[in-house]
Design a protein around this ligand. Structure first.
Ligand SMILES: [Zn+2]
Length: 55
């Protein structure tokens, strides 16, 4: 059973309102604080901060 509470912004706690079919490697941005996260696992659904520092 999916728990939507897992899909909130790790930074501000806002509901990210994901579709639930995001794949590993997908990027998700928070509509509230603008932080960007990468989906690192789907079971359980896990987000990690996405740091774009390889420019
Ligand atoms: Zn946020």
């Amino acid at each position: 059973m999916a728990d939507r509470s897992d899909r909130c912004c790790p930074d501000c706690g806002a509901d990210l309102d994901l579709l639930g079919d995001e794949e590993v490697g997908a990027l998700v941005d928070c509509p509230n604080c603008g932080a960007v996260f990468e989906v690192v696992a789907t079971v359980p659904f896990t987000l990690a901060p996405f740091v774009d520092e390889e420019k």
